[in-house]
Design a protein around this ligand. Sequence first.
Ligand code: SAM
Length: 220
Amino acid sequence: MDNDKFSKQREEMVEYQLKRRGIRDPLVLEAFRSVPRHRFVEPGMVGSAYSDHPLPIGEGQTISQPYMVALMTQCLELKGGEKILEIGTGSGYQAAILARIAGEVYTIERIASLSERSRAILTELGYNNVHFRVGDGTLGWPEEAPYDGIIVTAGAPRVPEPLVEQLAEGGRLVIPVGGSWSQELLVVRKMEGEIVEQEVCGCVFVPLIGEHGWKSNRRE
Ligand code: SAM
């Protein structure tokens, strides 16, 4: 997996897009060196797979910019072995990055065709610690809770309450919150029963649609 013809592009992505912008976590950098991002983009986009921006993945959705995937992963402060919930499987790339570092990854996608495609790629690449569900991720995956980390890869109007409930004590929820056109990336921590929120930076994500998210795809 490491020595495909894209390994030089991955190394440059790590050096120029991640390290130079302050991504320092060695586990995150190592995951980016090894996950073949070109396998998660549409066939016509392979040449742009390692470029510094999001790309379309069909169904009006996107694979996020490498830096944003790295920043959100770094915000989880993973040490290895954790149980993680991801909302918004999309291409499966973020799930693969998480699967390299954490113990088990539970990922929910509302669009069945995207979930099926990402499951096929991750299976082919040999990731056997990723579990898929099709449905409304704003409700979380209560049967497997609590989670050491929860990452939401779509923009929410507010922090969905079920996700806070499903976060373990000491756990971190990383989520873009704000309007439908731009959001603030937040880290929500549960510390001794208290909820502590920290703003990281501005960001732009496709809408989180569901019971505790936006009601429709129409951006207001
Ligand atoms: N993590 C993805 C990746 O690595 O490619 C990028 C995800 S894309 C920016 C956001 C995804 O969230 C879309 O695939 C969208 O369909 C999904 N989504 C939006 N609302 C959702 C919800 N309530 N539950 C699950 N997935 C949702």
